[in-house]
Design a protein around this ligand. Structure first.
Ligand code: NAD
Ligand code: UFG
Length: 336
């Protein structure tokens, strides 16, 4: 299949482009480089052994996207493009709704006009809000607590309605847990253009001396060691999950919602210990108050993705840490 990846030069999109190539598909990348670098195209080409098609543009430019869909004879779209910083979404909700909800609407209009009605959508475990039970399955009630999460829920609603429409679409909604890690080549990884908010990029900064220490947000949670628990998933496993979702749509699936996680919860302290074990680097760290809006523990039930997509995450915490660190070391200085 020929697949358009919006936000294709970002963290998850770039790894998915490689997974698609490996599975025999042809990715076409569209990005406005708001949170990624133009150098990603060259790095992908170096790994793939040939150039990939990269279009510079905004997903909200309906005419440009429509032309890209026709010019490249696209069969399906994976929609990664969007903004993703939770705290920023509270401060600047309009930017988030305009880009994330407005972006999806513009994309869907372009797809409809180009007769391309197959889409895989990047959603988030944030749509579950405070977990009522663990592990969390796809039928857990949803309820977001910030504009970023609200936007993801609105997008999920729009896509659910399209799947039931007169001219039905094929839709796969993927709820990611906590993606970390990098391609084993060390050439592509997570490269936020501004100050990172997520744990692993901050661990990397503290490990490399660019941050004095890693603040552990909350050491009094009702978890085994008092620190918050998340389901960290290697980005290459996550990328392979997209290929599985796309191929299920290709086999005739009309609508699916899937958790993409490992099913395994790890605390902040466990992740720091794994980082130390995998890299030999002891990350300077200090206890800090809880971060507002954080839940104590969340991890996925992965049964549905295993059963219906035939997909399961294979890589563990050590590999996630080792690959993140390799990428950071190879690209030291490039991230500023
Ligand atoms: P990322 O910021 O690395 O990638 C997003 C890409 O989209 C960037 O390259 C950015 O330049 C591009 N982009 C943003 N707005 C655009 C626009 N209007 N037009 C064209 N390109 C645009 O983020 P990521 O981690 O790869 O996340 C991809 C998707 O997955 C996002 O939708 C995000 O909300 C979702 N998600 C991410 C996580 C996570 O922790 N990384 C967790 C759950 C869900
Ligand atoms: N943490 C620290 N110190 C830091 C940064 C994070 O202790 O410097 C802790 C957080 O408190 C949390 C854990 O590390 O307990 C993971 O934090 P992240 O910010 O990496 O991830 P979150 O689980 O908070 O958020 C992620 C995505 C969001 C998404 C959310 C729910 O980044 O986009 O999962 O799916 F909304």
């Amino acid at each position: 299949m020929r697949i358009l990846l919006t936000g294709g030069c970002g963290f998850i999109g770039s790894h998915t482009a490689l997974a698609l190539l490996e599975a025999g598909h042809e990715p076409v990348l569209l990005d406005n480089f708001d949170n990624s670098r133009r150098s990603v195209a060259g790095r992908l080409a170096a790994i793939a052994g040939r150039p990939l098609t990269v279009i510079e543009g905004d997903v909200r430019d309906t005419a440009l996207v429509r032309a890209a869909l026709s010019d490249h004879r696209i069969d399906a779209v994976i929609h990664f493009a969007g903004l993703k910083a939770v705290a920023e979404s509270v401060a600047r909700p309009l930017d988030y709704y305009a880009n994330n909800v407005g972006g999806l609407l513009s994309l869907l209009e372009a797809m409809d006009a180009a007769d391309v009605r197959t889409i895989v959508f990047s959603s988030s475990a944030t749509v579950y809000g405070e977990p009522l039970c663990l592990p969390i399955a796809e039928d857990h009630p949803t309820g977001a607590i910030n504009p970023y999460g609200q936007g993801k829920l609105i997008c999920e609603t729009i896509l659910t309605d399209l799947a039931r429409a007169e001219r039905p679409w094929r839709v796969s909604i993927l709820r990611y847990f906590n993606p970390v890690g990098a391609h084993p080549s060390g050439l592509i990884g997570e490269e936020p253009t501004g100050m990172p908010n997520n744990l692993m990029p901050l661990v990397i900064r503290a490990a490399g001396g660019k941050l004095d220490l890693l603040s552990i947000y909350g050491t009094d949670y009702p978890t085994a060691d008092g620190t918050a628990v998340r389901d960290y998933i290697h980005v290459v496993d996550l990328a392979e999950g997209h290929v599985a979702a796309l191929e299920a749509l290709g086999r005739g699936e009309r609508f699916g919602v899937y958790n993409l996680g490992t099913g395994q919860g790890s605390s902040v302290k466990q992740l720091l210990a794994a980082f130390n074990g995998a890299t030999g680097v002891n990350v300077p760290q200090a206890a800090a108050p809880r971060r507002p809006g954080d839940v104590a523990a969340i991890y996925a039930s992965t049964d549905k993705a295993g059963r219906e997509l035939g997909w399961k995450a294979k890589r563990g915490l050590n590999e996630m840490c080792a690959d993140s660190w390799r990428f950071a070391k190879r690209n030291d200085g490039a991230e500023e």
